[in-house]
Design a protein around this ligand. Structure first.
Ligand SMILES: [Zn+2]
Length: 54
């Protein structure tokens, strides 16, 4: 488990993987495992996510 600080707070995650996405609005990080579908938006604020691995 790791604790990842971001501009709007902190988030806790299992595993050691780096985030796949980050919210353009609140900067919250997300991982592909967080989403069941290809339609992805920030669970926190509904903002658009950018792919941080590109
Ligand atoms: Zn957000």
């Amino acid at each position: 488990m790791q604790i990842i600080p971001y501009a709007g707070g902190i988030t806790f995650v299992d595993g050691e993987d780096k985030p796949d996405y980050q919210c353009n609005s609140c900067n919250k990080p997300f991982w592909k495992d967080n989403f069941d579908s290809v339609f992805i938006v920030c669970e926190h604020c509904g903002g658009e996510l950018k792919d941080v691995n590109r």
